[in-house]
Design a protein around this ligand. Structure first.
Ligand code: FEO
Ligand code: CA
Ligand code: CA
Ligand code: CA
Length: 588
């Protein structure tokens, strides 16, 4: 692969052309090849059976790689000569329609689906940086985190009235994690995972303001777990607070398979896409997190205590206490110049200033009528009262460790500017926003600042189809079309990489992974590196440009198919159905 690599990156490639919707292929640039590292169902332990489409069981699935890999991170194992690594993966949800033979017993199907949720830690090995990784069956660090794995609640809401249930009267120990979407690697080597669409797993009374605001309703859930496991039925007194024990940021130490994973209440409870941490100059840990719901908000957490180099046990407590803020954006162009088309205002930029509005400061609620515990458990209700900006669905929010600037993927919002909904503004400038946009926040030298400057890096779409787009002034005819930005990552020299989820319904191409130049004359240039197979979402990008390598998690390939009529056969193409898979791309 040739092509100029921005900012001195070793990963040069010629952008691929966008890929048509019916194409069930994993597409890479010329000179590159793709390799599946681990697939749904691959055995993680010595005693785990090999995957067999027609002999699935919950017992097997508990010992195999889970379904719908989303956030993915790889860390080298120290002193391993670059040959061994540990990978962490979220399993966000399941697609039972394509996972299981239709004759599967209903009760068994439910248990298999439950066991396919959760998290995986798995060791990887390779001969050299020129060879792809393979996963290590029975690696010492291998671990499945399941719905019966104990999590410790931490922070001010742990043990509160709002987190107690009949099964856990102390309100401090939760079984399992749900809806794990994006995540982040902390400076101290642990992984964060966002509990996003947890509401879909609970049947609740649905009558309280909190239930309504969090989408909890008195309706049978899609998977009907509440029929077999009473804690998912939160209508009665015993389990009323069970949904309050999900919707958190989870922290896992991948280097300690015996460690208890934790849920940090100090970061608030909402549909966390994920969270990413950067250290402020004074050593406090600053975490950014978006609430992935149309017209919901962007949040920032600032730890009370400071990072201590080399003291992992101390650093693992940093997310247990601190201040919580929600973002309010103000544009600097006249409202009349924002016509809903996405056309850039007369000053040449979608930009302005912003404020981080406090919800919690110094261990005290800043919201009238809300206790500290209430702010943290019913964060959306508390935030509603302080006037933050309603966003177009914040997915990944990630600070660049090179510059401190923070990038926010606003994936789409078809309700923007429609009757009765929030109007367009300079921050969310397109009505019925189909293709999304990417925000750049500049904390101006202090990550803990309560004010910031912002601009839109990208207003996404396909210029060739006549979409109104903006690429920070870069020539629209020279970019790859891009739609529905979701996950973000940076390469070693600070270029931004974006993976997408929803391009098929946006610009009408398969989803993919894109590099965006941030610095210099080519700022805003978008280049497509890969495309995923039919009906898949591109997740968990990891870029190792020093090795000319990148990794993605291919989530829900062939999701619209059914048993016997699969629409994708990725990655094996042997006539069987699709398997969500972590893939490495490197020079052929
Ligand atoms: Fe699970 Fe917001 O994507
Ligand atoms: Ca402006
Ligand atoms: Ca996502
Ligand atoms: Ca998404």
């Amino acid at each position: 692969g040739g092509g100029a690599a921005p900012n001195g990156s070793a990963l040069g490639f010629e952008a691929i052309a966008p890929v048509d919707l019916e194409t069930d292929e994993f597409t890479v640039p010329e000179g590159f090849a793709w390799h599946p590292i681990i697939r749904w169902g691959d055995p993680l332990f010595e005693d785990a059976p090999d995957f067999d489409w027609n002999a699935q069981s919950a017992e097997a699935q508990e010992r195999q790689f889970g379904y719908n890999n989303d956030y993915t991170e790889i860390q080298e194992i120290p002193d391993s000569d670059g040959k061994r690594a540990v990978m962490f993966v979220n399993h966000e949800y399941t697609n039972e329609n394509i996972m299981l033979p239709p004759e599967t017993d209903e009760a068994a199907a439910m248990e298999i689906g439950m066991a396919a949720h959760g998290l995986t830690v798995v060791e990887l090995q390779r001969e050299s940086a020129e060879e792809p990784y393979t996963y290590v069956r029975d690696g010492e660090l291998n671990r499945r985190i399941l719905l019966d794995t104990e999590f410790a609640l931490t922070g001010p809401a742990a043990g509160s009235e709002l987190t107690r249930t009949a099964a856990d009267p102390e309100g401090r120990t939760v079984l399992g994690t749900l809806g794990n979407c994006a995540g982040g690697l902390t400076p101290w080597g642990t992984l964060l995972s966002g509990e996003e669409n947890f509401h879909g797993y609970f049947r609740a009374a649905g009558t309280s303001e909190a239930d309504k605001r969090y989408g909890l309703a008195d309706e049978a859930t899609a998977r009907n777990w509440e029929a077999a496991h009473e804690r998912f039925d939160a209508r009665g007194e015993d389990h009323r607070n069970e949904p309050n024990r999900f919707g958190w940021i989870v922290e896992v130490d991948p280097f300690d398979p015996e460690s208890t994973p934790r849920k940090h209440t100090a970061l608030g409870r909402f549909k966390h896409e994920g969270a990413n941490v950067i250290l402020a100059e004074d050593g406090r840990a600053v975490a950014y997190s978006g609430d992935d719901e149309v017209f919901d908000y962007l949040y920032k957490f600032v730890s009370r205590d400071t990072y201590v180099e080399g003291d992992t046990e101390h650093n693992k407590t940093l997310l247990e206490d601190g201040d919580l803020f929600v973002a309010k954006f103000t544009g600097n162009s006249p409202a009349a110049e924002i016509d809903g088309s996405g056309a850039v205002p007369a000053d040449g930029a979608f930009d302005g200033t912003g404020e981080w509005l406090p919800l919690v400061l110094d261990g005290a609620s800043q919201v009238e009528g809300f206790t500290l515990e209430e702010v943290l458990v019913h964060t959306r209700l508390a935030a509603d009262l302080v006037g933050p900006t309603k966003m177009d669905r914040c997915e990944d929010v990630e600070p660049s460790l090179a510059t401190g600037r923070v990038y926010v993927a606003c994936t789409n919002n078809d309700g923007r500017g429609t009757e009765g909904e929030a109007p367009v503004d300079e921050m969310n400038p397109r009505a019925e926003n189909r293709d999304g946009h990417v925000v750049e926040i500049d904390e101006q030298g202090d990550q803990t600042s309560t004010t910031f400057a912002w601009n839109l890096l990208l207003v996404c779409g396909d210029p060739a189809q006549g979409d109104q787009t903006y690429f920070s002034g870069f020539a629209p005819e020279e970019v790859s079309p891009i739609s529905c930005p979701d996950n973000l990552a940076f390469d070693s020299v600070g270029n931004l990489w974006i993976s997408t989820d929803g391009a098929p319904d946006g610009i009408g191409y398969n989803d993919g992974l894109f590099r965006v130049t941030l610095e210099g004359d080519a700022r805003g240039r978008v280049e497509q590196f890969l495309a995923v197979p039919r009906e898949a979402e591109t997740c968990g990008p990891i870029v190792r440009d020093e090795d000319r390598s990148a990794f993605v998690s291919v989530q829900h390939p062939g999701e619209d198919g059914e048993w016997g009529a699969h629409t994708s056969h990725f990655p094996d193409y042997d006539g069987t159905g699709p398997r969500p898979t972590v893939v490495q791309v490197l020079p052929a």
